[in-house]
Ligand binder design. Structure first.
Ligand SMILES: [Zn+2]
Length: 198
């Protein structure tokens, strides 16, 4: 959530050089940035705006999506409360949110393993260098990364040890947006190969 007014807003501020334009930097710009983050959440992006030469140019997609996700979650919970449909239970929501928070902790320990493995595979098994700014690369990698995630998720349901790490995600008796936060603390140890290496 912190990144909503953060990096993206600053980028737009820097684009406006004239003082008058700076003064006019108001709600409209926040709206544009928010809409862009909304599009990113649903993969409604063009190759042009989502191809980057250096990794440090890549936006913090997860951080930026937090505000959009939180808006949806609050809207859904308020509507559920008004309709009294029982879709949201406070205890279940707290459990899901807590699991989501805890699931981020191992990342501090294994992030360097992810990056070192990625670099090692890239250095030793790279078959060809794909042009980073080609739409063909964009479409190909879009499909391959999604295919990698499909197989990871399928294996997580069919291989016992992977299911042991994944079952927390499907342990809620409710089905609402807060359930998406219910991630396993052990998930990252089994998912990083399919998520990072492709
Ligand atoms: Zn699953």
């Amino acid at each position: 959530m912190s990144a909503l007014p953060g990096v993206a807003i600053q980028e737009r501020r820097q684009q406006k050089t004239k003082k008058k334009e700076m003064d006019e930097f108001i709600l409209w710009d926040y709206g544009i940035v928010y809409f862009k983050q909304l599009r990113r959440m649903f993969y409604l992006v063009t190759p042009n705006e989502s191809c980057f030469e250096n990794v440090n140019e890549v936006p913090h997609y997860i951080d930026e999506s937090n505000s959009v996700f939180l808006t949806f979650l609050l809207t859904e919970s308020i509507i559920s409360f008004i309709l009294a449909d029982g879709i949201y239970r406070i205890n279940d929501g707290i459990t899901s949110s807590s699991a989501g928070l805890l699931s981020r902790l191992p990342v501090m320990l294994v992030k360097s393993v992810h990056l070192a493995t990625y670099k090692w595979v890239h250095n030793n098994f790279q078959l060809l260098e794909l042009p980073w700014n080609s739409p063909c690369t964009w479409f190909l990698t879009f499909l391959l990364v999604d295919l990698g995630y499909y197989w990871f998720h399928r294996m997580a349901h069919e291989v016992n040890i992977l299911w042991a790490a994944h079952q927390v995600h499907h342990s809620s008796e409710d089905y609402n947006l807060s359930t998406a936060l219910r991630q396993s603390v052990l998930q990252t140890y089994t998912s990083w190969v399919s998520n990072k290496v492709p």
